[in-house]
Write a new protein. Sequence first.
Length: 201
Amino acid sequence: MLDLSDSPLRHLLPTDLHTFRSLRELISRNDTNLAPFMNGIFDGMSGLEVIDLRGCGLTALPDNCFKDTTNLKRLLLGGNRLSVLPSLAHCPQLQELDVSGNVFTELPDLSGLLQLEHLDVSNNRLPALPIARLPLGVGARLATVLADHNQIADLPLVLIDGAVRRQMVLTLHNNPCWAVEGAYDLLRAYEIHDEAGRLFL
């Protein structure tokens, strides 16, 4: 593991980091000077399993940023200012994705990430959660979707139905959908309650 949270990553780039070819975990939180050094940052680093760049003020990532991280399991990008996520098609082992606290207005297409178990998209600007963009097909392992504090206007009933059948955790606190008349009545059919008898969504 290489934790550079107190020693900004910029001091090792652009070539020094590539000497750590066998590195499994790279952590560099709250480095707000990191953005200019992102091009090619993970090139050739196929051994990486964890990337943690939370709170770095990133507004964009290079299109091919994750082309070589074929063994990546955890990608933590919360607390940045991202609105687009580069392709994760080369990360088939990804199990956890955290893009909370960004400015996404559209859910990235994650449908091909069959190993994904935990997804956190809370505190963004998402108006909807299209199920076609989530890994819910045969063999998918998605167990948790956190989508609190977005701009979801309509209850995603198809997703809720799927979550109930798959025994997933789905959170939608503080979204406009709860202001729609009859929203809670629709959920009562699912009998989704916690131990205190309250609807958990």
